[in-house]
Design a protein around this ligand. Structure first.
Ligand code: NDP
Length: 626
């Protein structure tokens, strides 16, 4: 990246352009613009992947732990509990197999932008060697099966089974868990490992139900219709005209495959994503297998330390995510503000100027600090980064108008950064047309077409790449209500914002554990956070058993103190978010999101260390145990 020459940038013009792009996308309906996938739309969440529908009668069981969700979170919870000698575990999973997000999101091209050597959990335990630096859906699902086999999890799971209600019964000191199969389950503990992006959403476009052609959401890919596999080869589309609605991280990955197979593809864009190079590479198995014991945790920690803006001796992952932070740390170590400036873009949105400044103070002299207008430096560096991304569009996309429409005009972390080597080039194909809606979205859908601006684009199939619910009621996303002591519903408990102790325990909900980023350590490598939460839960359940205790509940004080700490440490990112183009990162532009709903402000590694220290004390502070 060239050195930032501030004299060349008219920052006020950049701000005005970004503001104009944001303004034309702002809508009063915010999250309400989306249709809940229920009622007439419920078929959008039918499971297209099961070979055989499970036929079984209701079960009545009483177990130590019910784990809701069979994704990485649920599997890790089961594994870590097993390591603590707790085997009486039942996993309840809506899908037909393990995998969670990877079970559902098996659209062609589905892959993970986080390095596989840190994304895959339990790598040292299983000895598994991922094929490439960035893995794909096929390998990830296989790996989930490997974990299940290694730890004998299949015998502990009820598949194709949805939890419908979860209620605390004080008399028996157990959770009563009801399911779609009529099961009557009693559990001493319940782990809610539902996943943060589990509930597909649809745009409430007029006429969706009028469409007579084929349609599905990317998280329920219909290979019966498209043919092919997660690796592509969608030969069923050879004589089909297809519309993809949405251009987020999912669309970026599936568009190249649909483009390669369909007779005609129309990509309906409301906001372009930022798309950087991906640079995948084959794994050197000898290198991976020769790593010293403990390498996996060290690598995960190294990655997250860098992303929290803290220095490390060596960037072990060295990729698009860490590049920026590597520059930052290098710049700081050299005490050279000009170098630090180059990397400041990366911090935009992730770290507030205030927090960043306090970090810088450790490295720069007071004099140097005084000369740096941190917020502006961040903005300039961000501009350079985004301009590089826009320049790449010009280099790859041949048609000038299409290239122009594909350029993102917002700050990098306003939306999820994407990495792909073929997405942009797909628009050079003669059978692919970008329909840029200039921020407005599709106008309506008819029996046989997608409409925009008075033009009808006739299609056989519409694929919704429109993402997942974020910020809606917890019970709605989970698919079941949770009623704690005296019947208190989690929806009511959290109506005015999340309240928890360590992000895991909730006062009024004894013996329940909640996995997720809220009030916990949010890690870009989400499986790492799930693993740490699983270790913590396993320790607590084992500690209670050892002490002969059956009930644990966060005290009201511990919860209130934790909420206060979350608020105190929260990033003051409101100004940044306010200036962002709408999306799920900023609650669709409606800044009602409360600071208390944020993750732990000091970053995931500090949070994990905090939990580890709490475990080491072995006092179960903050919990009433009886
Ligand atoms: P997103 O929410 O990121 O994207 C939804 C897309 O639908 C946006 O482009 C949105 O436009 C568009 N859209 C919504 N309504 C309309 C409308 N009425 N007309 C036209 N377009 C519309 O969902 P994704 O599934 O793409 O990604 C969700 C998350 O999943 C990612 O952010 C990431 O965290 C994760 N993921 C990670 C991957 C990876 O590791 N590579 C791959 C895939 C997903 P607008 O932007 O204007 O709202």
């Amino acid at each position: 990246m060239p050195a930032a020459d501030t004299s060349q940038i008219d920052l006020s013009a950049v701000r005005a352009k970004y503001r104009a792009e944001r303004d034309k996308r702002l809508r009063v309906d915010g999250n309400e613009q989306y249709e809940e996938v229920a009622g007439d739309f419920a078929y959008f969440v039918d499971d297209p992947y099961i070979d055989e529908v499970v036929q079984r009668g209701p079960e009545t069981r009483d177990v130590d732990v019910v784990i809701i969700g069979g994704g990485f979170g649920g599997m890790l919870a089961a594994v870590r509990l097993q390591e603590q000698g707790i085997d009486d575990v039942l996993i309840i999973e809506k899908g037909g197999d393990f995998g969670g997000t990877w079970y559902w999101n098996r659209y062609p091209g589905a892959s993970c932008d986080i390095e596989s050597y840190i994304y895959f959990p339990l790598l040292e335990e299983t000895g598994f060697v991922p094929q490439q630096k960035y893995t794909n859906a096929g390998e990830t699902l296989d790996y989930c099966r490997t974990i299940a086999e290694t730890y004998g999890l299949a015998d502990k799971a009820l598949f194709q089974t949805e939890v419908t209600a979860n209620e605390w019964v004080e008399e028996s000191c157990r959770w009563r868990v009801a399911t779609s199969m009529g099961d009557e389950l009693a559990a001493r503990y319940v782990v809610h490992a539902n996943g943060p992006l589990n509930r597909p959403k649809l745009p409430a476009i007029d006429g969706i139900l009028d469409f007579k052609g084929h349609t599905f959401h990317t998280s329920r890919w219909d290979y019966g219709y498209t043919g092919g596999t997660t690796a592509g080869g969608l030969n069923g589309l050879a004589d089909k005209k297809v519309a993809i609605i949405g251009t987020g991280a999912t669309a970026i990955q599936c568009v190249p495959h649909v483009a390669a197979s369909a007779e005609q593809l129309y990509v309906f864009q409301r906001t372009p994503s930022s798309v950087e190079v991906r640079n995948n590479a084959d794994t050197d198995a000898d290198w991976l297998l020769a790593q010293d014991e403990g390498w996996h945790d060290e690598r995960r920690r190294n990655f997250e330390t860098l992303l929290a803006g803290k220095p490390v001796k060596r960037d072990l992952v060295a990729d698009g995510w860490t590049d920026a932070f590597k520059l930052l740390v290098g710049g700081l170590r050299d005490k050279a503000p000009s170098r630090a400036r180059l990397a400041l873009w990366a911090m935009g949105g992730l770290v507030s100027p205030k927090l960043y400044k306090s970090g810088l103070k450790k490295y720069l002299t007071g004099k140097a600090m005084a000369f740096m207008n941190i917020a502006e430096e961040m903005e300039i560096a961000d501009y350079y980064k985004m301009q590089g991304i826009r320049d790449r569009v010009d280099r790859v996309v041949e048609d000038r108008a299409t290239a122009e429409a594909l350029k993102p005009y917002y700050r990098l972390f306003c939306k999820r950064p994407c990495f792909h080597d073929d997405y942009l080039a797909s628009f050079n194909r003669p059978n692919v047309q970008l329909v840029d809606t200039d921020g407005r979205g599709v106008s309506r859908i008819t029996e046989n077409a997608v409409m925009f601006d008075g033009s009808a684009y006739e299609v056989d199939c519409i694929i919704f790449a429109t993402g997942f619910e974020v910020g809606t009621d917890y019970a709605r996303r989970a698919g079941y209500q949770i009623n704690g002591v005296d019947g208190l519903a989690i929806s009511n408990k959290w109506a005015d914002g999340m309240a928890s102790y360590h992000g895991l325990h909730v006062h009024g909900f004894p013996n329940a554990f909640f996995f997720g980023p809220g009030q916990a350590g949010f890690s870009a490598n989400f499986t790492y956070a799930l693993d740490e939460q699983s270790r913590h839960v396993a320790y607590i359940v084992a500690a209670l058993k050892q002490r002969g205790k059956k009930r644990s509940e966060a005290t009201a004080k511990a919860e209130a103190d934790w909420v206060a700490e979350i608020v105190r440490k929260a990033r003051d990112a409101e100004a940044f978010q306010e200036a962002c183009t709408p999306g799920y990162y900023n609650n669709e532009g409606q800044l009602t999101r409360r600071r208390q709903d944020q993750a732990y402000g000091d970053g995931p590694v500090a949070f994990f260390d905090r939990l580890a220290a709490w475990r080491a004390e072995d006092r179960l502070d903050g919990l009433v145990i009886t």
